[in-house]
Design a protein. Structure first.
Length: 404
């Protein structure tokens, strides 16, 4: 740490409590916001990995995750399966807590966590807590400013104790922690927990990386559609993907299987229906794959969890020049000619087939990329640094609405 010098302003010490590990295969809000906050040279950021809010499942994935975490804590070994670069000024701390957050276990965890983030507590400078988990064990009391960035209805996720989540959300609201929600449904939920002045930050995309694949001049398969994301049985409508593939669409799926829980998926059933599973791709690899397709898919189930989801893939697809067809997600807003929201399987297949009759032309690709650029992580990073107090607010005459 300590990037500053005697002539620099006093360092801001940021503690980010994640709901994922740093090396999780798919980058989420917490990884991008950590990157964006650390762009301010006066900030030092500690990323505290997941506290284990979801009860572990008896599965190879969870057993491996527990083994990797144990090796890191006991032997100091890092998981190199998916190595995410760390920006300058970012330190990753693997949380060592009991996977239970009530009663005696909670008291024990509080002491453990304070030891693990003692450096953040004791270093001089302004303190900021930026948390994705409402379970903070009182660390907001050490901060000058605290923010709860809620990107999902966490309590609705299988294996997570809803009462634990909501009781801690109400506690943070009483403490005056400022809240940010990723969709109107999430904002409404936060307000029901007692938060006031909640900011609405719908998810955005790493549009610059996708644009580097040159989607305007790409050669596309007009009958190819792609879904990029985590294949989980509680979120993705697997039957719809199978039916779409059987209708004659070349369906490609990129991403991990049930990463972080949420129900296992039988990939063989998808393959038997004609779906191609590409596995985990880096974002540049995914950008190239999207540039070969003609439609981007958001094939979600409609349930309590997906009501609060704001898919960042909406703008990833648009950045790649793809029209988007979505089902099951209230937060996706239709955009004529670019984003279509449907209510049934039949409508979904018809919309995908309609877009798939011809590859998008350069004019449409350019128009969609322009929409995506207005929803980029570079722009959101400016907002995040202002909200966190790392950058000065613009003059009122030019200040952007941070709730938009």
């Amino acid at each position: 740490m300590g990037r500053g010098n005697g002539d620099a302003p006093m360092t801001t010490q940021v503690l980010m409590i994640g709901t994922a590990d740093w090396n999780q295969p798919i980058a989420t809000n917490q990884h991008y916001v950590a990157r964006e906050l650390s762009r301010d040279r006066s900030a030092e950021l500690v990323f505290l990995e997941s506290l284990g809010l979801r009860q572990p499942e008896i599965s190879r994935r969870d057993l491996r995750r527990l083994l990797v975490r144990a090796k890191r804590l006991i032997l100091g070994r890092r998981d190199t399966t998916h190595t995410r670069p760390k920006p300058a000024g970012v330190t990753v701390v693997s949380s060592a807590v009991l996977p239970k957050h009530v009663g005696v276990a909670a008291s024990f965890n509080r002491r453990l966590l304070r030891r693990q983030v003692r450096r953040w507590i004791e270093l001089p400078g302004r303190k900021v807590l930026w948390t994705y988990s409402p379970v903070t064990y009182g660390l907001e009391e050490e901060a000058d400013d605290a923010f709860y960035h809620c990107v999902d209805l966490l309590g609705k996720f299988p294996g997570i104790d809803e009462e634990l989540i909501e009781s801690n959300e109400r506690r943070l609201a009483r403490k005056g922690v400022r809240a940010i929600g990723s969709s109107p449904v999430v904002v409404s939920h936060l307000e029901s927990m007692g938060f006031t002045g909640v900011l609405l930050w719908t998810n955005v995309a790493d549009t610059e990386t996708i644009a580097a694949a040159d989607p305007v001049s790409a050669t596309r398969n007009p009958r190819r559609a792609i879904f990029a994301g985590n294949l989980t049985a509680n979120k993705v409508d697997l039957a719809l993907l199978q039916r779409l593939a059987r209708s004659g669409i070349d369906v490609r799926v990129a991403g991990p299987v049930a990463e972080g829980g949420g129900g296992d998926v039988d990939v063989d059933d998808l393959l038997a229906a004609g779906v191609t599973h590409l596995g985990m791709l880096s974002l540049p690899e995914l950008a190239t794959e999207m540039a070969s397709a003609s439609v981007g898919l958001i094939p979600y189930l409609s349930n309590e969890y997906t009501r609060g989801v704001s898919p960042l893939k909406t703008y990833e697809y648009l950045a790649a020049g793809l029209p988007v067809v979505s089902i099951g997600v209230p937060s996706v807003t239709p955009i004529a000619g670019h984003v279509t929201v449907v209510a049934s399987h039949d409508e979904f297949i018809e919309a995908v087939s309609s877009f798939g009759r011809a590859a998008p032309g350069a004019d449409l690709v350019t128009a969609r990329a322009a929409i995506a650029r207005d929803h980029s992580w570079s722009g959101r990073g400016v907002e995040a640094r202002i909200v966190a107090g790392l950058s000065p607010r613009p003059e009122p005459a030019t200040q952007r609405d941070l709730s938009s």
